[in-house]
Design a protein around this ligand. Structure first.
Ligand code: ZN
Length: 405
């Protein structure tokens, strides 16, 4: 589409951008996208407001030394996490199973019984509730977007929520485990972020940390082009994630992929002299670089494929819906030309119903809406949910075609 370019002769390419993880003096630009909504997960109460949503540019650049990928055009002042910031995936049984599995793993790993847990970026507090419930732990959840008035919120006496960022003013809070999921990719200076946490928990001896981020290898290897969103200014592979932690005095205990390879997890403790745990960094960095440059090449092909598909379906007067009003769905609709002709996006999260998609203004509806609408095509944004969705629409009499984006 006309608003997207992948060219090197532009202002971003000529300006030097040092790596935010290892400090290498210059990152290499490999993908440029213009005018994407800056808030994929911020919902709008009217179509007019959704169409008027603020946009920003994406200039993905790679560090040849540690494999870090950053959006060097990211402007943190455009971001604003309000209570309408909706990222909860806990309405999906598949995701719920994963959260239960992860909580059990952490509980066993760190012997979380009668312990104090802080979750940074706790969202609506679902995961912290699971962690605290199992081992009778005490929890403090930090999140500037926390909404205490939300319906269905699990209120327990041993969990406190603080509608704020976790900073040194909270250094007095005792903590055995710091848990931080799906946050670090929103931070354009990850080393500062990790150093601040390190300083805040400094005096507490045996504190462990757990971090979970989207897995850049998955995004770039499996052509997850809908995962390239403005909110994510940092893309970590195992090599760059490890580097960020060892550079800020954490001792890595374990690193692993989870959720079908889509996430990358890291468990660590604090240290003053981190062992350099990274032996195959160069090899991994080369792998990330190959994937990233190949990704940029294939990006146009995949967008082109979908633009063609939408034209074909429009000619056949097919009714199309997108399933998934999360970041993937929002990116698809804002990237693929013709997406503006799709009117509805289905989502299982009741808090999204009646709201509108940033940039293109589609109406978000519950699955039940399809009983009347009877779509011909359902474009599923996350292949992990294909079975779940197939089962939910099995009763539709026109048997829609379900395709994975
Ligand atoms: Zn680097």
């Amino acid at each position: 589409m006309s608003t997207q370019r992948m060219e090197s002769a532009n202002s971003m390419a000529t300006k030097r951008h040092p790596c935010p993880v290892c400090g290498h003096k210059e990152m290499s630009l490999f993908l440029e996208l213009q005018k994407l909504p800056v808030h994929c997960n911020l919902l709008w109460p009217s179509q007019e407001k959704a169409l008027d949503a603020p946009t920003g540019d994406i200039c993905l650049s790679l560090c040849p030394t540690c494999g870090m990928i950053s959006n060097v055009a990211f402007d943190p002042t455009l971001m604003e996490y309000a209570e309408t910031y909706e990222t909860s995936l806990h309405f999906s049984p598949h995701f719920q199973d994963y959260a239960e599995w992860l909580a059990k793993r952490l509980q066993e790993r760190f012997n979380l019984n009668d312990k104090s847990i802080i979750e940074i970026g706790c969202g609506k507090g679902e995961f912290l509730s699971i962690l605290c419930r199992e081992g009778r732990n005490r929890g403090i959840g930090f999140d500037p977007s926390y909404d205490g008035n939300r319906e269905g919120q699990e209120i327990t006496s041993h969990i406190t929520y603080i509608q704020d960022y976790y900073t040194e003013k909270y250094a007095t809070k005792e903590v055995d485990l710091i848990c931080c999921r799906q946050v670090l990719e929103h931070v354009d200076t990850p080393k500062n972020f990790l150093s601040n946490i390190r300083r805040t928990i400094n005096d507490q001896g045996n504190t462990a940390v757990f971090f979970e981020v989207p897995n850049a290898l998955y995004t770039f290897r499996d052509m997850g082009i809908w995962d390239i969103i403005y909110e994510h200014c940092s893309y970590f592979a195992a090599c760059s994630l490890a580097r960020a932690f060892t550079e800020t005095n954490y001792q890595i205990l374990d690193q692993y992929e989870s959720f079908g390879g889509q996430f990358l997890c890291l468990e660590a403790t604090l240290t003053d002299k981190p062992a350099s745990s990274i032996t195959d960094q160069l090899e991994q960095t080369k792998k990330v670089a190959d994937l990233a440059f190949n990704f940029a090449k294939k990006y146009r092909e995949k967008v082109g494929y979908w633009e063609q598909k939408l034209v074909e379906w429009a000619e056949q007067r097919k009714r199309i819906v997108i399933w998934g009003a999360g970041s993937k769905g929002v990116t698809f609709l804002n990237t693929v030309k013709g997406g503006e002709h799709i009117e509805y996006v289905v989502d299982v999260n009741p808090h999204k119903h009646g709201m509108f998609v940033s940039g293109r203004g589609q109406h978000i509806v519950p699955p039940k809406f399809l009983d009347d609408y009877q779509p011909h095509i359902i474009i599923v944004m996350n292949p992990n949910y294909l079975d779940e969705i197939g089962a939910m629409v099995r009763h539709l009499k026109d048997r829609p075609e379900i395709v994975s984006a």
